[in-house]
Design a protein around this ligand. Sequence first.
Ligand SMILES: NCCCC(=O)O
Length: 816
Amino acid sequence: MQKDLPQTAKVIIVGGGIVGCSVAYHLARSGWSDILLLERDRLTCGSTWHAAGLVSEMQAVPAMTELAKYGLNLMERLEAETGQATGFKRNGSIATALTEARMEELMRKRDSALGQGIEVQALSPEDLNKLWPMLNIDGMVGAIHFPNDGQTNPIDTTMALAKTARQHGAVIREGVTVRQVTMADGRATGVDTDQGHITAEFVVNCTGIWAHSFADSHGIKLPIQANQHFYVVTDPIEGLSPDLPVLRVYDEGAYYKEDAGKLLIGFSEPNAKVWNPKGGIPADFSFDELPFPDGHLDDLLEYLLERVPAIQNVGIRTFFNGPESYTPDGKYVLGNPAGCTNYFVAGGFNSTGIQSGPGAGKALADWIMQGAAPMDLADVDINRFDTFQSNHAYLVERVPETLTLFYQMHWPYKQRQLGRDLRRSPFHYQLKERGAVFGEGAGWERPMWFAPDGVEPRYEYAFGRAAFVEHWEREHKALREDLGLIDLSPFAKFQIEGPDALSSLQYISTNDLDVPPGGVVYTQWLNERAGIEADLTIARLTKDRFLIMTSAGTAHKDWQWLNTHIPDTARLTLTDITAGQAVLGLMGPRARDFLQAFTRTDLSNDPFPFGTFQEIEIGRVTARAQRITYQGELGWEIFVSSEFAGALFDDLMSGKKAPPPALVGFHAAESLRVEKAFRHWGHDMAAFDTPIEAGLMFAAALDKPGGFIGRDALIAHRETGGNRRIMQFLLEDPEAFIYHHEPIYRDGEVVGCVTTGSYGHSLGGAVALGMVRVPEGGTARDLLSGSYEIAVAGRRLPATASLRPMYDPKNDRVKA
Ligand SMILES: NCCCC(=O)O
């Protein structure tokens, strides 16, 4: 037993890598006391010690970028603050392109970086050579240079964080093994260590490559798995400048970093490997490395000898392989798994723990102290993952591709190949037979587009008008002008039933759900600050029974929100019935005539108005048809018990009663919704956007009896008017394509960025939604003046902007 090991703490952080030390640093520096960090062996001994230490501001999504920028600024001042050298330097970083397509990717990345206030310049191969004189620029098309990026020494940086944490009162103990987090009634109560029990108010899992198995041991599922990460280090190279920028040659799967007069070269290889030792990751793996397999990197090693010929003269001294933790989507995880509000995790850093860990540690510390995420962290929230994504075999199959994709072309709409074919809708094989090309969302296989006879059902990726765009366009127009059928089965469906179902839903929903049975209500769920936590549709099935419908991507999060916000005393049952109900969207101007041919129910407007549902017979099958749309046309979403789904599909597609609808994939579903300016949670709005900013006040029943969570904050926010608004944009140039995060300029100044980009095949150009700043001292109406541009691959293209949907602004088509 260590002397003076506390018996109780406010926060116990398990794991002494850079992330755990950053959490301790930020809690202690903010004045929280009784912070205890427990490390099984010595600080940094898991993955931190062998990390390469590249630090870049620009990350995959804006929230990660903001935290990385914070982290770099922190590293910059850490040495002065602690007196501990960290090795941090802003020697810059360069990303290179060996193809025109890669250059377009980099120019799009540059646009996005500029929009986020990051300094970046495009370089010609010759300019590049001035910054990296040893580089062989054969085949280089160009590059981009981030002068404020750099590198640091991971061990020293971690030690500096730990030192300051200690100076501010945190206790950091090495050589204490946490065997278990103790839990009671769904809450963490403390930890069992090899030296006794310690009680705690909060427990934080920062155990890196052990996070999955450690959490599993106390019943918490985490989507984290170790991959093998390889790098080599040369012998000293004469004349290598310590100020040499970090270099990423994406097309050759390699990064280069100056390392005490040598070059450290790391890889993102095509055939990446997980580390999945029999019996799990050894508990005593400490400052250890893994074998460097023969032949695994031969192609990439050949490239580097050509790319930096000086290496041929000195040779490679070290071949290193170390495990690092990865997630199924390449973004790290923060927050409360499984709704356990005093258990936190920060993990799965996908080889970016040094650049992301310091900022992520701050975000997590703030989350603990404030009791809520301190900024929009939807992209990294642990609850974006469903529980199936913590399955060990799934992770082992899935995560090597995360490492591989890191440096591969980031093609628009690129689909993963591994960890697929896991979640299939009841229509899967019928759609596949008809040419469906599948993409994956929340594990579901979803038809993205349909290849007609004679066209191979697979993507040829490209920027702009790729080959599949003509099929996407055909499906989009078929639905707009005639009739389309979309498989919407991945929708999550939660049934809530009981005498307190209505009052509980009223309490968490902005809209008034006290509608007659048969009504379908669009609503948001807000947090206390009036930020939007969920965006859903709720049908009142009977007086005491409701069906909540939400998108597959937010199912797990919304389920957690529901469970943690319905009052404890409420008399109701809550059931996830997603698997039992298949859904078809039958949408388009011919929807009524078509469906009428199958049913005796009168589908005309008066007996079957918009925003209602009825149970109807559709030929041989009885289903619940609800008259709403996410595509902006007349239509019904048809909910059918899964065992009848195949028969319903066959009947509708048979052509016996009416010409069948066109099959429509998710590219068209998305372009149809963006043309109609329908918002999507997680893209166009999230927990830091209010209904005012998202333009959704029409769904807030401010005067309903009893109010709702967030109502007072929403009313207060309405007084100030808010300083941002969602707008819709249409590019004037019909050839350009928008994807995501492109900056939006108003009169030459960045005022926001694209939240969803698509192509409006009916509007005739790229169409987008974007959150835009209201001019200082002005109102939302002022947004309608001024000239707008959107940056696309290095060019600023004029765009028309609107606060109302450009397509069918009065809903005439929807309510026809
Ligand atoms: N630790 C490897 C990081 C790779 C990269 O930032 O490109």
